[in-house]
Write a protein that binds this ligand. Sequence first.
Ligand code: ADP
Length: 713
Amino acid sequence: MSLAPLKTVNEKQLNTRSNVVHTPIKSNNNNNNNDSNNNNYIGNKENIVIQTNSNNKRTDYHHRHDQPPQKKKKEKLSSLCKTPPSLIKTRGRDYHRGHFLGEGGFARCFQIRDDSGKIFAAKTVAKISIKSEKTRKKLLSEIQIHKSMKHVNIVQFIDCFEDDTNVYILLEICPNGSLMDLLKKRKSLTEPEVRFFTTQICGAIKYMHSRKVIHRDLKLGNIFFDRKYNLKIGDFGLAATLANDRERKYTVCGTPNYIAPEVLMGKHSGHSYEVDIWSIGVMIYALIIGRPPFQSKDVNTIYERIKCRDFSFPKDKLISSEAKILIQDILSLDPLERPSVNEIMDYIWFRGCFPPSTKESVMVEVPNYENEISMAESLINFENCMEKSGMLDRNMNKEPLPIEKYYTTTTTSSSSSNSVLPHSLSPGGTKNKYKEVIDLDAQRKLNELARQARIRRAQRETIKKSLIPTSTNTIKSEISLRILASECNLTLNGILEAEAQKKMGGLPQSRLPKVKHPMIVTKWVDYSNKHGFSYQLSTDDIGVLFNNGCTVLRLADAEEFWYISYDNREGWIASHYLLDERPKELNRYLEVVDFFSKYMRANLSRVSTFGREEHHKDDVFLRRYTRFKQFVMFELSDGTFQFNFKDHHKLAISESGKLVTYISPSHESFTYPLVEVLKLGSIPNYPESNFIEKLALVKEGLKQKSMIVRVDQ
Ligand code: ADP
């Protein structure tokens, strides 16, 4: 949807007032955010919103407060906003201004009514607060993003227009205050209420994220109640759209108590959708406990606490263990470890008491849902709420979950001899009880599996990010690159297959691959800043991979050598020569090979005692080497991959991922079927080799090198 330009509509100066008077803050009890005498945490901290650009300079927009208490408070930009005239005329429509609704850092909000009597909220931004082009763009972005949203739990955008003094954003009216107002009144909420609120919030976030929008300022003060006390997320002032799911955002923004750790730390790695998930965790905690988890008087202390995830559950507040588990998982430092909105809904916590709606008396009365709503009703309410907020598509999920699944309360079964009903029909029957436990246990296990999977994914991402190649030989032939990529994939698949076999309990002896020691690189020297990369193989053959891409492989047990170069059809083409009959133009290459050979003999020790074996019939050469910070990776022409790690342990993966060879720092070498080592969890007798961690790096190295990066030269 394209945004209509904001045009001045009042040629007759209808909305311009001659004398500038500051808006009196009419505080209606629900909506007054400007609570200077309220010492509740929210009034003091929640409306500080920060946004810094990459130079770490604060921009005028959204810098709604300065950082207390060290610095002097700045006047809020919203205070520049004057009360609009009682009649606002725009594009042929008249709006009658009603009472003041509330104030943010940037805008003041008024009730307005159109000629037909419909009531809206007009978020009013003073034009003098839009000082720079950047600020104007930010406002337009807020409008554009908000305008594109349509969801039952998002404040509906209606229209926008301007007069000489203000820009007006017309919104669906939310006349019952915000979650922040509710918490201020009630001090803390019951878990059933918070379950209901969280479901509605998750529905809205799922919708936003599916449209590649990150809100980035989710907090209790930005979530409002509509007429029927349904929640509506508002204020898209810090929202951002992503061009694709891989894009990252780098602007440091948010509200101190709700800001995610990666926003504070990740100037380089950036942030994405997961920052909104983090704020859900902060909100659930705040609603149940009564204050946010990282609260402190000093903003910098809040940041320090967030960065090290320093929060706990106060002993004097009642909170269920299920809620704690959910909050702890959401507040994971690593964004990838946080559950998705769908996964949040799978948490056991939601299987507890669940109301059908929020009562109108919510502001003043503590509901007693636990006594009013049965567990069977809770299930229905939960599913209804999920469906209404877009978290559940009933058509997709035709089979409703059995009610037994949701029984958490254990009733004592009557086993007296005068009972009439058979055990299986009695509501407290052991069969039911058994089922309850099994089902909830199964759900718990599923949650745990999902958590483990997220942790593994996060670890993989960390490895991936840390794996940066420092040098490699450039391969100029496309077909060679394809061959290397397919070898990497073949071996990677072999490793994955071995991992799957291990999960199934391993392989019977008869199906284990036959152990054959592979040919490996026993010495190497990187002289690529001059000639190239030289290596010795376990056969004692010496190879030099020259900077121009060709290889000379001097055989150890014969007066012969290979000259290998790229070939557009075969990938590589090798020509065999007797030393005595070599063409003159290869003399220079052989001199360099000789030089390296002497150098390696004199200066380097052999890393393995392997020699030429029966099965080493074909000569092997090095197709590619890649030096990473953590290891050097060799890709040999017989499909063996070798990884020499910084800590002097080495691994070779051969036979398409079926065999692993371990070479210890003291040069002992052993070859095993990979599935057997996976079963043991480490190299026999060498637990210090950290095999599993190294295999994760191996897989990532293979993955990285399986990508075909074209070299257009
Ligand atoms: P800012 O961008 O300045 O933070 P907000 O969008 O948070 O502005 O709005 C400021 C205040 O206006 C809110 O705290 C709330 O009290 C009131 N408000 C905002 N939107 C609505 C709405 N749709 N209905 C009723 N009041 C609203």
